[in-house]
Design a protein around this ligand. Structure first.
Ligand SMILES: Cc1ncc(C[n+]2csc(CCOP(=O)(O)OP(=O)(O)O)c2C)c(N)n1
Ligand SMILES: [Mg+2]
Length: 502
């Protein structure tokens, strides 16, 4: 939640835990902050100074444990040290966009506070506040970059979270350059999806339009992103006119794919039905799983909406705590989370108890946890098929069917369960109009492949191998997979037929 707070508000996120196991629990969230460069301050406890080294119960070495995740980690050994430690930790967190950790032994916690250190040799005072520096590149570097962009005839832009404060400038540059703009997952909220040259997500979770943009460009302009996957970046030339067509075509492909029948509900339809219903100013969060694909591709963000997830760590289960954090930061805004059933079982269901505790404080009641009940750790099932040629191994991939909507009701929240695609639209309407937080549980088909936009030959071959090796879902996967991929081809063939789309 602290990481999400930093992402949604731009402030320092703060989390606190006791010593031992409590402190260890913070690590996953802190690594999420580290990898996505968010300022977070962690405060953890430790056994008393007088007992350290005695192998005391719950004594761990938090300095060593938090060293890797933190840019700054110190134990407060004396109350007079606290003021400077807090000031320094916050400065490091803000200026380096990083995690800072302070450890407080129990017997320090018990002492009286010392607002000022003693005025003596060896005592160090802290300065007041922190002002973010304004970093301006040298004129010569700007000129060089402008020359390269002006020389390009087919410019592709790729924006990440670092472009967040420059949305208007990105739009102006794209229009001046006639460029298409692809977005990383964390850059998803920087520009709305209804601009005709925004090609949407890129990479394994991306769109065909982004793929075509990159493959056709002669110049790449990356803004605020460290997107690391070279295979999705450009080789050579393409122009904007073509890109707008690709964008339109991609939205039609998504529409077709979402309406492909499935057993019982096509997970793409869940996202598709929400897309046209997303309330203004909504905040959207997602787990790391197959639902992330549909979240990235199908939801058409409009201006004023926010969206975030665990971008670089891609840790399981952030959708629920991110949504709760968004609600604390913006209690007047509707919040919707895409949640995997595996992740919900792991940490999301317990977090609903947090929702039960606080939801009545929020002025806007709309908080929807959309759980994709596919009884599968589906994203990994597909990765194992496509990357290693391994059939689905039920021993590790299958997870039990749990009544998520009923669980919500037990807590006094609303629960809606959908197992028929015809109910989906009405279910979304009901969830978005509810007077309290909702778990919208949809029984989705694990055999719908989160096929990347331009399926790489190698991935295709490996998936086929997995099927031949006796995948328990082979028949369904093959029929549905072929149909889904077919939409890409039919849409591009339709474009090429005389008379357009009929
Ligand atoms: C903490 C953590 N454990 C494991 C993984 C690997 N992993 C990524 S997605 C995934 C499966 C997610 O399953 P679920 O939440 O049910 O979503 P689905 O893919 O089925 O939609 C796993 C195991 C991870 N990223 N993070
Ligand atoms: Mg699942």
């Amino acid at each position: 939640m602290a990481t999400a707070h930093a992402k949604f508000t731009g402030e320092v996120g703060c989390c606190m835990a006791t010593s031992g196991g409590g402190a260890i629990h913070l690590l996953n969230g802190l690594y999420d902050a580290k990898l996505d460069h968010q300022p977070v301050l962690a405060i953890v406890g430790q056994q008393k100074r007088i007992s350290l080294g005695a192998g005391c119960q719950q004594e761990i070495d938090p300095n060593a444990l938090f060293k890797d995740v933190s840019e700054f980690v110190q134990t407060c050994m004396h109350p007079a040290q606290a003021r400077r430690l807090i000031a320094r930790a916050l400065k490091v967190a803000i200026s380096q966009r990083a995690v800072a950790t302070i450890i407080f032994p129990v017997d320090v916690q018990e002492e009286d506070a010392q607002p000022s250190p003693p005025r003596m040799h060896g005592a160090v005072y802290s300065s007041i506040g922190f002002t973010k520096p304004r970093v301006i590149p040298p004129e010569t570097e700007l000129r060089k970059a402008a020359d390269i962009l002006n020389e390009g005839t087919k410019v592709a832009m790729l924006i990440g979270q670092g472009a967040a404060e420059a949305a208007d400038e990105v739009v102006e540059a794209a229009e001046l350059l006639g460029a298409g703009v692809a977005k990383t997952l964390l850059g998803r909220e920087v520009l709305p999806d209804d601009l005709p040259y925004v090609t949407g997500p890129i990479g394994l979770l991306g769109s065909t339009a982004s793929y075509e943009l990159m493959m056709g460009a002669d110049t790449l302009f990356m803004i605020g992103t460290s997107f690391p996957y070279a295979e999705w970046l450009p080789k050579e030339g393409q122009c904007k006119e073509k890109i707008q067509k690709e964008v339109e075509q991609w939205w039609r492909v998504l529409d077709d794919r979402a309406h492909e029948p499935a057993d019982p509900v096509n997970p793409e339809l869940v996202a598709h039905e929400l897309s046209s219903r997303i309330p203004d100013r909504a905040i959207l969060t997602a787990d790391s799983g197959s639902g992330t694909n549909w979240w990235a591709r199908h939801l058409r963000l409009r201006k004023g909406m926010r969206a975030s997830l665990s971008g670089t760590l891609a840790t399981m289960g952030p959708g629920t705590p991110y949504a709760i954090s968004a609600k604390f930061s913006y209690p007047d805004r509707p919040v919707i989370a895409f949640v995997g059933d595996g992740a919900f079982q792991m940490n999301g269901m317990a977090e609903l108890i947090t929702v039960k505790r606080y939801w009545e404080r929020w002025s806007n009641p709309t908080l929807v946890f959309c759980v994709f009940n596919n009884q599968d750790l589906n994203q990994v099932t597909w990765e194992q098929r496509a990357e290693s040629g391994d059939p689905k191994f039920m021993g590790s991939q299958w997870i039990p069917d749990v009544p998520y909507a009923e669980f919500a009701k037990l807590l006094g929240l609303k629960g809606i369960k959908v197992d028929d695609p015809k109910q989906l639209g009405a279910a979304w309407d009901e969830a978005l109009a509810a007077d309290r937080p909702v778990v919208l549980e949809v029984v989705t088909d694990p055999e719908i492949p989160p096929i990347p936009p331009h399926i790489k030959k190698e991935l295709g071959k490996k998936s086929a191998m997995a099927m031949l090796k006796g995948d328990p879902e082979a028949v369904g996967v093959i029929t549905k997979g072929v149909k889904q991929k077919l939409h890409d081809f039919t849409e591009s063939v339709k474009e090429k037929l005389p008379g357009g789309e009929d």
